[in-house]
Design a protein around this ligand. Sequence first.
Ligand code: PEP
Ligand code: CO
Length: 446
Amino acid sequence: MSNPPWNKKSWQNFTALQQPNWPDQTAYKEVVEEIATLPPLVFAGEIRDLKKQLAQVSQGNAFLLQGGDCAEEFAMCTAPGIRELLKVILQMAVIISYAGGKPVVKVGRIAGQYAKPRSADTEIVNGVEMPSYRGDMVNRIDPTPEARKPDPARMREGYFRACSTMNILRAFTRGGFASLDRVHAWNNEFVKNSPQGQMYEKLAKNIDQAINFMQLIGLDTEIPQIKQASFFTSHEALLLGYEEALTRQDSTTGDWYDCSAHMVWIGDRTRQLDGAHIEFLRGVLNPIGMKVGPGHDIDELKKIIVTLNPDNEAGRLTLITRFGAKKISDYLPRLAREMRQEGFNLVWSCDPMHGNTYTAASGYKTRNFDLILQEIRAFFEIHWSEGTQPGGVHFELTGENVTECTGGGRNILDEQLVNNYLTNCDPRLNAEQSLELAFQLAEMLR
Ligand code: PEP
Ligand code: CO
């Protein structure tokens, strides 16, 4: 199948699902045009670097750790908010690489994860019908029709908040905060005394000793591998006007990159072969993620994969499966087998969050730690037995001490969800639950 020529606007000739109904089209166009003149958030060279690292993941030489909020919030665009998330991801990566024996590619759901697909355009709150909350870049979560009106000024604000987030991330990861001789300092106060926190302290001590030993025998430890962390950004490429505005031509190669983030993904609800999202993403050279849930059609997926990655380039495409613990063994074995038979170069990643969501008796949307772990275990076992690589994981998590997912070391119960349930969208693992999963992952990798 040969496709007509691509350009950054060609998606506009296709159906784009899950777009807000911007009431003021003129204001919307003005914002998009303004963003198109503003600097990119990331550079093509960084995007190419991530793709190379993901190619290593597809070959089993590295592990992908992707995580962050379900819906990033403007109000959490603060130094502590960003730092706490970064800390947990750095801790998880140290655990997985040190105890699991594989380099970890770290990718945040951050600096642009401001737009959400929803199951319905409107919802009824206290008897009043209003547009659904679609993420801070579109409308406000407050349950009033006024707050829920899509406002393009929020898209401009999203761009600037993403820039601000990116800026502090670059400072944290390059300016010494993420240095491996500071691993102890990443341990969160509320986690420190838990069994996970103590296991982490032990591991941090070992790393300290290794670095001290290197210094003792005269090796230089003032090197980027120790002093800096590489950290990439990602979000769902949902609002195509925003993505188009940040799509830029690389002056050194003439290629097009979506410079809103290093990696972008297509949600399970917007990956139609003939849809606008696939059309847009086929033309940018970023690493692309694609969510795959129980509703997939294997033949359509094969066509999508060829469309997105006609040269079968390793590192270009990550399939993020999200079947749920109960369904994964019904779907993943056949999917993995057929993709292997096609010879597709893929990174296989497991999203153990979105297939395990349910509403608790207390009325809160939640996920249970054991089911999350069960899906990850099944993911590893199925890939091992099919001869494909279990390449990574995709989590919704936060550095805050939230009570949004049940279970884990502290065994959060349904009736405790109310204590600190803060998410605007899906429930996230807290820092302690995240570390616990990282230790489990390290064991599976070993
Ligand atoms: C998400 O990652 O928050 C999401 C909406 O996932 P999915 O597309 O898998 O439903
Ligand atoms: Co989510």
